[in-house]
Design a protein around this ligand. Structure first.
Ligand code: NAP
Ligand code: GDP
Length: 350
């Protein structure tokens, strides 16, 4: 065995306090990595996910903000990572319409800050950029694959396209081992409450427990290719183990409506939904109690919508040997089980 294979690998994970950051930190620690987690100073508890996956005391947190190039450069110079996973982002599409400048600075320029620091200090390191199916936006082909043209529909999507092309450009210009994972939506019990899946599972669990009256939602007919975050972080790691860097679509290949997600989640909690009306004002009524459980409100519609996403992950399957293990129904069950327990105990409802 050579010396290199004995040396403990070092990874820097930006956005370590987020959903994917927690699962990836767990995966890397289990693989024997020394993990530095880039973490913002905030006034609320943003470490709960790291506690939930029991990795908080196994990684080293460092002060990190993607908007500060000096801070990003210092973090990379001091930690000298073998692998950098750029997961940090203002990741909520809805908010990106309200905060387009901040979103662009973090999600677009932030990636460039890392690439610049890599070029100067660790050109031999491997880099993962968290690209997104939102780049396909108003889709130009069904299903979407690596060669499908982008047509982003939100400031979030536009900023991510910039970061995606910068990653490609630094790979081609400076020979950096820089890969992008074009990940389709992926969820888990650690998903933020503003995203539709977690909003649904938490609200329905509260309604079933008598702690909330109504769940308000927007576009019920949007279709998403939803996978499990725990499966998707394995693909991120696999990309950085390849001899050459490349871009990969990571998806399940199946698409479902928000409405289907609601019906399935509701049925696991004992509701039997029927729908009345269509568009804003539509209601989801529980047949058993006659109570309105879901109300469609104009408040949650977006200025421009991504109606349909469905990915073709053939390249990832063939080259990385990656396939998703969890199907949507299993994912919904996992999220409902977690939120029902959180609501019952009052613990970790975050
Ligand atoms: P998430 O839960 O929203 O986590 C985002 C992370 O970024 C948090 O740790 C957050 O820190 C951090 N962050 C935000 N602004 C920052 C800044 N200026 N400097 C440093 N850190 C900052 O997102 P996720 O679901 O884990 O997604 C991970 C990445 O994959 C994101 O880039 C996202 O855009 C991308 N992506 C996600 C999906 C998906 O379906 N989940 C699909 C495709 C791509 P705080 O804890 O301090 O807020
Ligand atoms: P996104 O695909 O990254 O935008 O993930 P989200 O979970 O935020 O949204 C997925 C889809 O659900 C989008 O088409 C939204 O318009 C739709 N949606 C419908 N109602 C809601 C809602 O109340 N909140 C959110 N976040 N999305 C909603």
């Amino acid at each position: 065995m050579g010396l290199n294979s004995l040396k403990k690998k070092t990874a820097l994970v930006t956005g370590v306090t987020g959903q994917d950051g927690a699962y990836l930190a767990r995966l890397l620690v289990d693989k024997g990595y020394k993990v530095y987690g880039g973490c913002r100073r905030v006034s609320v508890d943003n470490l709960w996910r790291l506690r939930e996956v029991d990795v908080l005391d196994k990684i080293e947190l460092i002060d990190f903000d993607l908007q500060e190039i000096g801070n990003v450069t210092r973090a990379i110079r001091q930690t000298r990572p073998d692998e950098i996973y750029n997961l940090a982002a203002q990741s909520f599409v809805g908010v990106s319409f309200e905060l387009p400048v901040t979103t662009s600075q973090i999600d677009g320029m932030g990636c460039l800050h890392i690439l610049e620091a890599m070029r100067d200090y660790v050109p031999e390191a491997r880099f993962y950029q968290a690209s997104t199916s939102e780049m396909f936006g108003k889709v130009q082909a069904i299903p979407q694959q690596e060669t499908t043209p982008f047509y982003p529909r939100s400031p979030y999507g536009v900023a991510k396209v910039f970061a995606h092309y910068m990653t490609q450009n630094y790979r081609e210009s400076y020979n950096l081992h820089a890969s992008s994972g074009i990940l389709f939506n992926h969820e888990s019990p650690l998903r933020g409450q503003e995203f539709v899946t977690r909003k649904i599972t938490l609200a329905l669990a509260r309604i079933a427990a008598g702690q909330q009256d109504l769940l308000e939602l927007g576009n019920m007919d949007a279709k998403r290719d939803w996978g499990f975050a725990g499966d998707y972080v394995k693909a991120m790691w696999a990309m950085l183990q390849q001899d050459t860097a490349d871009d990969y679509v990571i998806a399940t290949g199946e698409t479902f409506t928000v409405r289907y997600f609601c019906e399935r989640a509701a049925s696991l909690l004992g509701f039997d939904l029927r729908w009345e009306g269509h568009g804003p004002g539509e209601q989801g009524i529980d047949r058993k109690s006659g109570k309105t459980v879901i109300h469609v409100s104009p408040k949650f519609f977006r200025p421009a919508e991504v109606e349909l996403l469905v990915g073709l992950p053939d390249k990832a399957r063939n080259r990385l040997g990656w396939t998703p293990e969890v199907k949507l129904d299993g994912l919904i069950e996992m999220m409902i089980t977690a939120d029902r327990a959180r609501v019952a105990t009052g613990c970790n409802v975050q």
